[in-house]
Design a protein around this ligand. Structure first.
Ligand SMILES: Cc1cc2nc3c(=O)[nH]c(=O)nc-3n(C[C@H](O)[C@H](O)[C@H](O)COP(=O)(O)OP(=O)(O)OC[C@H]3O[C@@H](n4cnc5c(N)ncnc54)[C@H](O)[C@@H]3O)c2cc1C
Length: 402
């Protein structure tokens, strides 16, 4: 590796996107400085990562150790549990239909995040400064981050993995369009008496989806999107009553439910920046896209941001923060980010909407998916990796969906 000619990368933020970016850039031979605190608050959520994102973790040497603590996702099911006039039939997606063993893995954040952090801490090519960026100075030649401990870091490129409020994004003068929804995600994990058979079921309701995702054993995680006041009411219930409510909502599909300790509430919002890079700052993860946790998209998209950014930086090793590299990144990420953000927003709005046309569009869409295997296969491939559904269609569906 020609280190003299390979410019320094500064990664700001130590959520999963920042840790993966630091590991990825270091693996690609860049000297990396990572700035951000070590996580201390427990996170009971789980993250469903699809096969392409898992391949990235595998390359970084993180997957092997955490795999035993994750559950494979083999079947995904959508149940229309609205009480609306027109309802869709159940739609089932099977990984085997597109010749895959699994769509991905559901990983507890309490396993994934510490595994990433310890890999970063042990990496000789990453300097981890456990501080915060206090001020950014961005100019034509380089970025300078002044940290809250008074020290400073210079680099060619700043990777903004500093979350939904992204101070780096603000410093680069990138404006955003933002909205908040009258919804919150109520999150917990639970045990059940019947086997989940590695199936995730998303029940569509009038307030948003209720999504069960398998964990190892007879356990699952739950993301239940409800009105904010309902989330507060649910969080205040005693264990037995809440277990019963979850079981009822699941139509007892997994038998008897016993909720585990640890309940979290996340208010839902969406943030879309008007551009994804500028002034030596490239946005990744939630700095680049925030939308409701529907369809397990967020970190999968964040990992694609990181992967694309590293690919472009490798073609611009001596100055990966140069304007032409950033323009290439913006151009590459724009369609994927905008498509995923608007698909999630549309689905969410069609659930909330009382308007018949929106409901009909959703039901017609789900009905078409349920009844027509090639269309289902197309969406499953597109869901895993953008472009691969089209690639399979272009190849005349060489391996037709069974
Ligand atoms: C309920 C729920 C369920 C979800 N489920 C899934 C799922 O199944 N699959 C999926 O793909 N995605 C899922 N997501 C989305 C996923 O959790 C997010 O995409 C992901 O956590 C974003 O990570 P991040 O690193 O971009 O941001 P964050 O985790 O918010 O990290 C930002 C980091 O930046 C740091 N920071 C901020 N300011 C500074 C500064 N000035 N200097 C240094 N550091 C700074 C913060 O301390 C923090 O560590 C879910 C989200 C929710 C809410």
């Amino acid at each position: 590796m020609e280190h003299e000619q390979t410019a320094r990368i500064l990664v700001a933020g130590t959520g999963p996107a920042g840790l993966i970016a630091a590991l990825g850039f270091a693996a690609a031979g860049f000297p990396v400085t990572l700035v951000g605190p070590e996580a201390t608050a427990p996170d009971g959520r789980t993250t469903a990562l699809m096969n392409p994102a898992l391949k990235v973790l595998e390359r970084l040497g993180v997957l092997e150790d955490i795999k035993p603590k994750a559950a494979p996702l083999k079947v995904m099911r959508i149940v229309d549990a609205t009480s609306r006039l027109i309802r869709s039939p159940v739609v089932t997606f099977r990984a085997s239909e597109i010749d895959e063993d699994q769509f991905g893995l559901n990983l507890p954040n309490s396993v994934l995040n510490p595994a990433l952090a310890s890999k970063v801490a042990a990496h000789a090519g990453i300097e981890w400064l456990k501080s915060m960026v206090a001020t950014w100075h961005l100019d034509a030649e380089h970025v300078r981050a002044v940290l809250s401990d008074g020290s400073s870091v210079d680099a060619s490129l700043a990777v903004a993995a500093d979350g939904r409020l992204s101070p780096a994004r603000q410093a680069a003068g990138i404006s955003t369009s933002a909205r908040s929804y009258p919804q919150a995600a109520f999150v917990l994990n639970f045990r059940h008496s019947s086997d989940h058979a590695f199936t995730s079921t998303e029940f569509h309701t009038e307030t948003g989806p209720f999504t069960q995702v398998p964990l190892p054993g007879n356990r699952s995680s739950l993301v239940w999107v409800v009105r904010p006041e309902t989330a507060t009411e649910l969080a205040a219930l005693d264990d037995a009553t809440l277990s019963m409510r979850v079981e009822q909502q699941m139509q007892s599909m997994l038998g008897r439910v016993t909720i585990e300790p640890g309940r979290q509430i996340y208010p839902l919002s969406a943030v879309t920046p008007l551009r994804f890079a500028r002034d030596r700052v490239a946005l990744v993860g939630e700095a680049a896209h925030v939308f409701p946790p529907i369809g397990a998209q967020g970190l999968n998209l964040g990992i694609r941001d990181v992967d694309d950014l590293i690919g472009i930086a490798c073609e611009n090793r001596s100055d990966p923060g140069a304007a032409k590299a950033l323009a290439a990144y913006d151009f590459k990420r724009r369609p994927d980010i905008l498509a995923r953000s608007s698909a999630v927003t549309l689905l969410n709005m069609s659930l909330l909407s009382d308007m018949l046309p929106a409901q009909m569009a959703r039901v017609a869409g789900l009905g078409a998916l349920g009844g027509f295997a090639p269309l289902r296969a197309f969406f499953m491939r597109e869901g895993l990796r953008p472009g691969s559904g089209f690639a399979a269609l272009a190849g005349g569906l060489r391996r037709p969906a069974r």
